[in-house]
Design a protein around this ligand. Sequence first.
Ligand code: SF4
Ligand code: SF4
Length: 86
Amino acid sequence: MPFIVTDSCKGVKDRACMDECPVSCIYDSDEEDMVYIDPDQCIDCSMCEPVCPVNAIFSDAFIPKELEEYIEINKKKSKQIQNEGI
Ligand code: SF4
Ligand code: SF4
């Protein structure tokens, strides 16, 4: 079950989670106001979750109902950023 970044990241985006992630599966773009996790690359280690200053990161098994849309958004946006980087 991958981890998911949600809307509290917006406007903060300090990239602390990116520094922690051992597989570099958290993606940022100048075009975006938050970062996104690629669910196919996330190894579910949970190291990103406690370093987020605004508690924006959840396991998709425990994500609050009102933030469930971010499961799909992380998948779509992380892939989009990677494709744009090629
Ligand atoms: S759970 Fe681990 S692998 Fe997944 S995004 Fe967080 S730090 Fe990276
Ligand atoms: S640590 Fe939290 S606020 Fe910072 S970039 Fe990651 S998800 Fe966004």
